[in-house]
Design a protein around this ligand. Sequence first.
Ligand code: NAI
Ligand code: MG
Length: 362
Amino acid sequence: VAAPEGTGVARIAVLAGDGVGPEVIAHGARLLEELSRRRGLGLALEPWPYGADHYLATGETLPDERFRALARGDYAAVLFGAVGDPRVPDGRHAREILLGLRARLDLYVNLRPVRLLHERLTPLKGKGRREIDLVIFRENTEGLYTGAGGALRQGTEHELALEEDVNTWRGVTRILRAALEWARAHGKRRVCMSDKSNAMRHAGALWQRRWRELGAEYPELELRHLYVDALCLELVRAPEQFEVIVTGNLFGDIASDVGAAIAGGMGVAASANLNPESGLGLFEPVHGSAPALAGKDLANPLATFLTCALLLDHLGHAAEARLVEAAVERAAAEGRLTPDCGGALGTRAAADFVVAEVLRGC
Ligand code: NAI
Ligand code: MG
């Protein structure tokens, strides 16, 4: 997906956003640029100014032209920080930018790895790195997050609010397919589909049927189903039973926060939003803009570094992705961490350690 074709240059739109977004993305961008220079990766990072400041100054969220450039394939990937700012209480710019990108670029796969970097980071007693290593595939374009619904008689005691759970044959099929294909390509055996088909019968029937039909094409995989409440319980009780989990938008949102909690928290959770057909990807730390931490050198940069590793993998730079992951693991092993992970370093010092470690391996 390197663009423009033939130049060997992969343009990357960098949308740092609000709050701690710019602080952590600055280090991620620095790391990618250094790696690109030393290893000849041809990455061309392009800072985009959108976020709350830009919105408050201009009224603009993310211009159509930018959406179109991404949709045309002018960029190989987006590196995204976080959006959300107390000065925009209705969250309009955040919704239009992030949900807009996910929806308009049809980034239907939200891939969220849950991988423990070091024993010291999990609150689960007796669990180590071998026990916590799984990937969640969350459907990213439909389910309960489409905005379909409405309200009647607002502000009265007869108020009614409907939020529709949208499940399409195509949407369900492609997220199940993405998870099954990923498991096959990455040598994973266990794939668990999760829904709430006992209580949500209409959506559940579709998910269940497509799961059985598609699953039959993967005889080498060990397939399993759990209701989502049981999934959350099992993730905490015995996470070692999972390798790949696939589920809908809401359940994936919730289960991946449970996943983040058992693997070290928001400061280390990375994610990719992908469209496997167009090849486009938006890569972001799972965390938000953390306004309380912003500007205080307190944000953990590791989630962003692990996000950069996902981006490098996506662009075919597996060796460099492994270098980044190894450097982050080293930071965890040596306790070169920010306070959210029990360390005493600031954002910059924690980031400097990882960047130096990566460059030492180049
Ligand atoms: P949040 O992820 O910003 O913060 C949740 C908790 O995690 C807080 O205790 C925060 O201090 C901590 N945390 C977050 N990032 C961290 C980091 N890098 N290092 C250490 N600790 C970190 O979620 P919250 O507070 O619900 O939302 C804050 C704002 O961010 C809101 O405006 C929200 O809408 C927005 N948001 C944006 C997201 C995105 O851009 N993808 C995702 C989630 C929230
Ligand atoms: Mg969430």
